[in-house]
Write a protein that binds this ligand. Structure first.
Ligand SMILES: NC(=O)c1ccc[n+]([C@@H]2O[C@H](COP(=O)([O-])OP(=O)(O)OC[C@H]3O[C@@H](n4cnc5c(N)ncnc54)[C@H](O)[C@@H]3O)[C@@H](O)[C@H]2O)c1
Length: 253
């Protein structure tokens, strides 16, 4: 059966865990050759082995998206290995809750470096390769917290809201080159980041979030991966500069 990404080459950052790992799996199942990038090399190798065992084509590239040189190397190695690039899913991110009066410049800079500067440099190096390959899609993982506030999340929210502005600008800059730029804004999703972020016992936290969630539960990583598949594939060929909210209805309350 034909896959929705047959003939495509994709990079997914943050691919060792959570949303990135689920997306790399879905992209490979749909026929893409996938470069999985993460700073956590051990976990990354496990995900790649699993994809290859299931008949997919995948490679692990140890990458720190906070480093421009590392991002450039990630893109170059992908193109050397697979000969083209069509999809850049800049998904890696870190959380962080800080008080305005005690946050340090280093803490502020680290969140921006990974969550905003990282995706920007992913776009910088990937976009010309995508244009040279005949066009394609760049996707950023923003957050529902780009759209609504949450206590202590001002720096994280700023980094994620910045991605939406960035996608809109780049969508205009590269429309003629056939490269589309979109964001996904996930709500609470069952990944290590969610449980690491919240203080307390996991079952109690999950019950509390679920009780306030219109759809009555937290999201699964594969539900975000399917949104990424939509934005990566030709199914979204007329969609650019968009922020797709996938949050179980949290932000419509
Ligand atoms: N889980 C949620 O509820 C949720 C909600 C909204 C947005 N998000 C966003 O989704 C994205 C994926 O997060 P997740 O929930 O899958 O969390 P996760 O912790 O499971 O995965 C994040 C991955 O990013 C990697 N990473 C972190 N910093 C990196 C760096 N500098 N270079 C390379 N890799 C790095 C980590 O090693 C990890 O494998 C993040 O951008 C996050 O902000 C998550």
């Amino acid at each position: 059966m034909a896959g929705r990404l047959d003939g495509n080459v994709a990079i997914v950052t943050g691919a060792a865990s959570g949303i990135g790992a689920a997306s790399a799996r879905v992209f490979a199942e749909e026929g893409a050759k996938v470069a999985l990038a993460d700073r956590n090399h051990g976990l990354l190798d496990e995900v790649v082995r699993d994809i290859v065992d299931r008949g997919g084509e995948a490679v692990a590239i140890e990458t720190d998206v906070g480093s421009e040189a590392s991002v450039q190397r990630m893109v170059d190695q992908t193109v050397q290995r697979f000969g083209a690039l069509h999809i850049m899913y800049a998904n890696a991110g870190i959380s962080g809750r800080f008080d305005l009066e005690t946050v340090t410049a280093e803490e502020f800079d680290r969140v921006i470096q990974v969550n905003l500067r990282g995706p920007f440099f992913c776009a910088k190096y990937a976009t010309p390769k995508i244009a040279d390959s005949g066009g394609g899609s760049v996707i950023f993982t923003a957050s529902e917290l780009a759209l609504v506030g949450s206590p202590g999340a001002s720096v994280y929210s700023a980094s994620k809201a910045g991605l939406i502005g960035m996608a809109r600008g780049l969508a205009l800059d590269y429309a003629d080159a056939g490269v589309r730029f979109n964001c996904i804004c996930p709500g609470a999703v069952d990944t290590p980041m969610l449980w690491g972020e919240e203080k307390g016992e996991r079952d109690a936290i999950e019950a509390d979030i679920s009780s306030r969630m219109p759809l009555g539960r937290v999201g699964r990583p594969d539900e975000i991966a399917k949104s990424a598949l939509y934005l990566a594939s030709d199914d979204s060929s007329f969609v650019t500069g968009h922020a797709l909210v996938v949050d179980g209805g949290w932000t419509v309350r």
